[in-house]
Design a protein around this ligand. Structure first.
Ligand code: SF4
Ligand code: SF4
Length: 355
């Protein structure tokens, strides 16, 4: 199964007044609407029941919208048996509920295109694709870096990258410059066409200027990223990993917050012993946890934090590059900003380059 995205010959360009954004959302009655919502001290993507609550003047969320396509916990099927030998199995595929996610940052949309490679290879994951194909992504370009640790431009991204998006919004004062990227996006604009106006030449040139200014504002960089995969190939047994991981408290925050991390565990959760009843459940797993690779014999091939940090870096910047010719990182900066002990993937990669 491949993502059903039909690219346009001619894209649509429109202007939308910010104050009419809730009116557009109101017209999308057949869709579940997901958007960033402000909590006490952070923003979080949530399902909106009241479209008038939509507000896109946020920097970035702690968790990316990945959680709506690849949820943290999901039931594959339920089982029941009165005897040991025969089981009733009830598949639990996700409902095909069309959804629109507003305000997706370009790095998080690109992250989903990387997830597509993992869940769309030889073994297609129907649970992932049911949601992915039913979801339309409306991006919000980053006029200014949402975080001081953004580094998208070092990993083939940009504050206005369109990869993975159906529509791109650019904030311009009281308005949004709205561009369709896919046919699905175009259809979404057409559902409320009267709300949109055609842009003037001055709007188009303002948008261009915003884009080029935004790229210059990204201060964190990995100048020689192209050298990194081959350098990492020679560093598997290096002491470097010991030095860099000394302060790691193996909390797993870096991987749980990463929009591209996709490791999972599958368990049977037993609800009753007679009759036997339970659920087969997939949950996010985390390569920074000691028991991630623990064998039932007690042997652990990644026994310490050095081996686990090495795995995180090598997976993203060596193994993934070999498999898919792209880094498994979109430079969102979350793992840097949220690590409680200040382990910084940008610094680590620049040190690798300097070796
Ligand atoms: S967030 Fe920092 S301390 Fe926590 S596991 Fe990741 S690197 Fe280690
Ligand atoms: S590795 Fe860090 S910077 Fe890169 S995508 Fe994941 S959380 Fe973002």
């Amino acid at each position: 199964m491949k993502i059903q995205k039909i690219l346009l010959g001619d894209k649509m360009e429109k202007i939308l007044q910010k104050k009419t954004l809730p009116d557009w959302v109101n017209k999308l009655k057949n869709y579940q609407i997901i958007a960033p919502v402000q909590n006490e001290n952070h923003w979080d993507f949530q399902i909106l029941s009241d479209p008038s609550r939509i507000k896109l003047d946020y920097k970035n969320t702690i968790l990316s919208p990945k959680k709506f396509i690849f949820p943290q916990r999901e039931v594959f099927f339920r089982f029941r048996s009165d005897e040991q030998s025969s089981y009733d199995l009830q598949e639990n595929l996700p409902e095909e509920k069309p959804a629109v996610i507003f305000g997706v940052r370009p790095c998080d949309a690109r992250a989903l295109t990387l997830m597509d490679k993992v869940f769309g290879g030889d073994m297609q994951d129907p649970y992932y694709w049911k949601r992915r194909n039913a979801t339309i992504l409306i991006g919000l370009g980053c006029n200014h870096p949402p975080s001081e640790n953004c580094f998208c431009t070092s990993v083939n991204g940009s504050p206005f990258s369109r990869e993975g998006l159906d529509i791109m919004l650019t904030e311009m004062g009281d308005t949004y410059f709205v561009e369709s990227i896919s046919k699905k996006g175009e259809q979404l604009i057409r559902q409320a066409e009267a709300l949109f106006k055609n842009p003037k030449e001055a709007d188009k040139s303002e948008k261009k200027q915003l884009k080029s200014r935004a790229e210059k504002e990204i201060s964190r960089k990995i100048p020689n990223i192209k050298n990194i995969p081959s350098k990492l190939e020679t560093m598997f047994d290096s002491d470097f990993w010991n030095e860099e991981s000394l302060s790691c408290i193996r909390c797993g925050i870096c991987t749980y917050l990463c929009p591209t991390c996709h490791c999972f565990d599958i368990n049977d959760e037993i609800k009753s012993n007679f009759p036997i009843e339970g659920e087969r459940v997939r949950t996010w797993d985390n390569c920074q946890f000691p028991d991630f690779t623990m064998h039932s014999s007690g042997h652990n091939p990644r026994p310490d934090r050095a081996a686990r940090l090495r795995q995180r870096i090598l997976h993203k910047f060596q193994y993934f590059v070999k498999l898919y010719q792209t880094y498994q990182c979109t430079g969102c900066g979350r793992c840097v900003s949220q690590c409680p002990v200040g382990i910084d993937i940008i610094e680590i990669l620049n040190k690798v380059d300097a070796r």
